[in-house]
Unconditional design. Structure first.
Length: 370
């Protein structure tokens, strides 16, 4: 198809109208909210039923730390159960560390077991790994730690253990004094969520309660695409924490952070309206949140129908479109339009390949992958 025909193809409203009848509502919703500044979301085709051998499992590792008091033990166990329920619903592998089921073993093994699990996770799959820390944390001015039964695990420890992993990783630290984990763990293809904005927020953190309830809650699905992303769950939990302190008439002692672009600088929930940032950073650098919106523990039926490699390529293209949109004011209009058109055509190819059940991906670079 020539460039002229492509432009006519995108501008033809009658063609858009006739094609949109072929697409599922949830797929259109995803395009509308992710690419809301364009009007040609018609390329999102409904995919064929998934084959069992197309599905690679995500992994969820939940670590319940030293509780310190009986009331916390009950609370933390409840949060862990909600993560287990969500993981089961999403078809993910689930591992739980630090509960009574391990009490007969030496407590020092909680730290060792976590290290061993992360070592084994490096080569098992390229699907998402969710590491969820539920408990208390400490910060001595230099080192942030998550409290375990026996020896604690530090942010430095986790950074070292996660270094070999090439798969997408989400680290969710629901403990107090967890803010310093952001700088230590920030990396490409990684989402970091903390209950506290700094090491000085050392009071009991309630954030984990609300996040565990939101991660698979349809009410937290802000863009109504049939699945709740980590970004959406984080926004929901952060606002519920804020509501708790306001209702209680108390000064908030915890402020959650999210970082997902690898620059080590996180954002708070008040940077967002819906799922879109409504503020700019002080130095005009990229705002976090876009990658976290691509992490779904419980995927929609439409999302499940995308083979993993197609999903990864789709995610890469969507991020490129969003990043291009954010740079719109800094580049000539003709360049912006040309780059946008090229990306959208690549996105159309992704969904056409899925609809045709083809296994070869043609990335924007032109290199073919199996």
């Amino acid at each position: 198809m020539s460039g002229t025909k492509i432009r006519k193809h995108f501008r033809s409203q009658s063609d858009v109208s006739s094609r949109t009848n072929r697409f599922s509502q949830s797929a259109r919703n995803r395009a509308v909210h992710c690419l809301s500044f364009v009007t040609f979301s018609f390329f999102l085709f409904t995919s064929p039923p998934v084959r069992a051998d197309d599905v690679a499992k995500q992994s969820v590792v939940v670590v319940v730390g030293a509780t310190g008091a009986p009331e916390y033990e009950k609370e933390f166990t409840g949060w862990a159960e909600q993560w287990k329920t969500a993981a089961t619903k999403g078809g993910a592998d689930f591992v739980l560390i630090g509960t009574d089921e391990n009490a007969a073993k030496p407590q020092a093994l909680d730290r060792d077991r976590l290290k061993n699990i992360l070592e084994r996770a490096a080569d098992t799959t390229d699907q998402e790994l969710w590491l969820v820390l539920i408990g208390h944390g400490t910060f001595d001015g230099r080192t942030a730690r998550f409290n375990l039964r026996g020896p604690d695990v530090s942010a430095t420890d986790l950074a070292e253990w996660l270094k070999p992993l090439k798969r997408p990783v989400a680290v969710v630290n629901c403990g107090s004094a967890s803010g310093p984990f952001v700088n230590k763990l920030s990396a490409a293809n990684r989402v970091i969520v903390t209950a506290a904005k700094s090491g000085s927020e050392q009071n009991f953190a309630r954030f984990g309660k609300y996040l565990s309830a939101s991660i698979a809650d349809a009410k937290a699905d802000l863009d109504k695409d049939g699945q709740t992303s980590l970004l959406e769950a984080w926004l929901s939990a952060s606002r519920k924490v804020e509501e708790f302190y306001k209702t209680e008439g108390r000064l908030a002692t915890e402020h959650s952070l999210l970082e997902d672009n690898g620059d080590g600088r996180a954002v708070r929930a008040d940077f967002f309206r819906g799922i879109r940032p409504n503020k700019k950073s002080a130095d005009n650098t990229a705002i976090d949140g876009y990658r976290a919106h691509q992490f779904h523990l419980v995927r929609s039926p439409e999302e499940h129908r995308l083979p993993p490699e197609l999903r990864r390529h789709r995610d890469e293209l969507e991020l490129s479109v969003i990043q291009l949109r954010d740079r719109k004011e800094t580049i000539p209009q003709a360049d912006y339009t040309g780059q946008l058109e090229a990306l959208l055509i690549e996105l159309a190819k992704v969904y056409e390949q899925s609809a045709g059940n083809k296994g070869t991906i043609v990335p924007a670079s032109g290199e073919r992958r199996k």
